[in-house]
Design a protein around this ligand. Sequence first.
Ligand SMILES: *Cc1c(COP(=O)(O)O)cnc(C)c1O
Length: 221
Amino acid sequence: MDQPAALLESVNNRIAHAAKVAQRAVSDITLIAVSKTHPAEAIEPLIAAGQRVFGENRVQEAVAKWPALKAAHNGTQLHLIGQLQSSKAEEAVQLFDCIHSLDRSSLIAALGKAMDKAARQVPCFVQVNIGAEEQKGGCAIADLPALLAEARAADVPVIGLMCVPPLGIEPAPFFALLGKLAADNGLAGLSMGMSSDFETAVMLGATHVRVGSALFGARTP
Ligand SMILES: *Cc1c(COP(=O)(O)O)cnc(C)c1O
């Protein structure tokens, strides 16, 4: 097996094992292959190995890479996992199949407008600043109910919550807290877990794990 296919199989096996330990159905977990910074030539082998769902963190980079990849490979899905500026909402709604970084009122308004204009409903996760870190994106836990109500009023479909826990601390308590917030608010989706902690996230209920370096190797900054 070539290396991308072997890495994909290894990550899928680890997800399956964690799901089994947690007595969850592996079909309830979507692996998002985070291809940011990697060129189309690095992405093609993963598509050939069967991967269909990919993630990018920058609209500009995705616009340059993905229209051609999507056209060449039916059924590929693209998720936006990075911060979104309101001025790029229209581009994002046209290209992405899911947005994981809805985190403020102004963006709800911009996405609502963009979805109306494109006649395309793009499911969203609300990103929560789960560790209350000053420098990080995501809405404050206390603001979550109001933000969800605003999204409902604006007809922006929210399917779950997303987080990136603080670096360098055991992530499990943050994953558990995100799960509780989702349950309290009647949301089924949980976007959490990256290369270093996706098995923990799966055991704590993740429905979407976002894995980059474990599939593509280290990114060159
Ligand atoms: C880059 C990124 C990932 C993937 O990170 P790895 O550690 O390479 O798996 C996941 N989520 C977000 C929001 C990212 O920006």
